[in-house]
Design a protein. Structure first.
Length: 118
């Protein structure tokens, strides 16, 4: 059974940091590109950050313009995890954050809520 389980969300003040983690199982993790998406209330789901898998540039990253310089995506193929380090958080970063695995198939986690508020 394929599973993507996000953790690390919560309430943080503006300017603060959070680290999200996604634990993957049930598929060959290292060959899949891994992405973090987010969806704010009333808005469409958007790509936040992505990192390629083996054979596709091996760990190349890309970021939405809105998070460049503040967020960092990383993966550990030995542990089947992908993390998103989020610094200098802003209220507009408030959203449900989803882990996505993209390869032969497309898999999604259930999301974790990040709330940035004072």
């Amino acid at each position: 059974e394929v599973q993507l389980v996000e953790s690390g969300g919560g309430l943080v003040q503006p300017g603060g940091s959070l680290r999200l983690s996604c634990a993957a199982s049930g598929f060959t993790f290292r060959f899949y590109a891994m992405n973090w998406f987010r969806q704010a209330p009333g808005k469409e789901r958007e790509l936040v950050a992505g990192i390629t898998g083996d054979g596709s540039g091996g760990g190349s990253t890309n970021y939405a313009d809105s998070v460049k310089g503040r967020f960092t995506i990383s993966r550990d193929n030995a542990k089947n995890t992908v993390d998103l380090q989020m610094n200098s958080l802003k209220p507009e970063d408030t959203a449900v954050y989803f882990c996505n695995a993209k390869g032969r198939w497309d898999y999604w986690g259930k999301g974790t809520l990040v709330t940035v508020s004072s």
